[in-house]
Design a protein around this ligand. Structure first.
Ligand code: F0G
Length: 361
């Protein structure tokens, strides 16, 4: 068969067109899409071996702007544009702002971004700037930025697209649909990092919806992990000064606190914290054992699973999905911090010297 008479293959159309009738959005909303969703579910042979279970990675770094945020941004932006918005605003630790700016550019409306000064990785900042955002640095943390965003949206003609906007969760819940569509049923456990707590809330919505529709026979146990220095859901108290190298989840007072607690309680799950050292070690292990390079915050679920094993928990014989939320290229500075001088093997143009440097001799 030639290319021209071959049957057309299915091309992924973005999460709105793939799942429109399952999304609680105005059904006549035209999609503002960059082709988000449809991300790979990759088996972690490393973790399957370590646990004796079947461990799958939902690789959300493969979304158009490199994080899971695109799933919720297509719905939030599409609905905002449909309702006449000319500008959108968000608070962000970097990924939401990158995603919102891209979708606002696509929709040709104005993106306004509020970020904590000095706490955003260069890659994420570059994305917002290149997509034409008005970037405003705030002397404060993410939680302060969210307060400001809410204030701007209340008093000025600009739509708020943080995950307190329910349209965000409608898009993000499609990740659960994809997991079940791929595995044929819900996993036994779903592990993921938590910051502002929109994502765990969205996954739980999706899992419940598919179970109610009879597309899954069960719902997974949700286990969520926070960085120790920013772990309000673990301690039960807001952190006024959250601190972690996993800047994406440097959040002290999650907006979706109640929804996240409900997801953990209803699924018989729980929250736990992991240290920055555990997060960065898990990030490197995942990159070097599985070929999946994620940003530090995204490795919190991996660190959590390893910690659970150390504490005597068993995942043997279980199906486990771990969401790795954002791409490693988002923040190469933090990734390389522990590696000293990367270019420590400089050689002249000599095969022998290169072989010696490569440890082949
Ligand atoms: N992982 C990454 C890479 C993130 O960027 C975030 C949140 C999370 C996990 C946590 O997800 O907030 O739904 O619990 N980033 C937001 C932002 C806060 O502004 O980009 P959550």
């Amino acid at each position: 068969m030639t290319g021209t008479d071959a049957a057309p293959r299915h091309q992924w159309r973005g999460v709105i067109e793939e799942y429109r009738e399952l999304l609680d959005i105005p059904q006549d909303t035209p999609a503002v899409t960059l082709g988000e969703g449809g991300t790979p579910l990759v088996e972690s042979l490393w973790l399957s071996e370590v646990t004796g279970g079947s461990i799958w990675l939902k690789v959300e770094g493969n979304n158009p702007t490199g994080s899971f945020k695109d799933r919720g941004m297509t719905t939030a932006l599409s609905v905002a544009v449909h309702q006449g918005a000319k500008a959108v605003v968000c608070a962000s630790t970097g990924n939401t702002s990158a995603s919102m700016s891209a979708y606002a550019a696509k929709a040709r409306i104005k993106p306004i971004v509020l970020v904590p000064e000095g706490k955003i990785s260069a890659g994420k900042m570059a994305q917002a700037i290149m997509h034409g955002a008005q970037v405003i640095m705030v002397r404060g943390n993410f939680d302060d930025c969210l307060t400001l965003s809410r204030g701007l949206a209340e008093d000025y003609p600009v739509a708020l697209v943080n995950s307190v906007n329910p349209m965000r969760l409608e898009g993000q819940k499609t990740a659960s649909f994809e997991v079940i569509d791929r595995l044929g049923d819900a996993p036994d456990y779903h592990l993921l990092p938590v910051g502002n707590a929109g994502n765990i809330s969205a996954y739980w919505l999706g899992y419940k919806q598919y179970a109610d529709l009879g597309r899954a026979t069960k719902r997974p146990v949700m286990r969520a992990y926070q960085a120790e220095g920013a772990s309000p859901l673990v301690t039960g108290k807001p952190f006024p000064n959250p601190e972690t190298k996993a800047t994406a989840i440097r959040i002290g007072n999650p907006a979706s606190w109640k929804l996240a607690e409900a997801a953990a309680a209803e699924s018989h799950g729980r929250f736990a914290s992991v240290t920055d050292e555990q997060i960065l070690a898990a990030q490197f292990q995942l990159s070097s054992n599985d070929g999946v390079f994620v940003e530090p915050a995204s490795a919190a679920g991996i660190a959590g699973l390893l910690q659970d094993l150390e504490r005597g928990e068993s995942y043997a014989g279980k199906t486990v999905v771990i969401t790795v939320t954002g791409h490693g290229l988002k923040d190469t500075v933090t990734a390389l911090e522990g590696f000293g001088d990367v270019v420590d093997n400089v050689v002249d143009v000599s095969v022998e010297d290169a072989a010696a440097a490569a440890g082949l001799t």
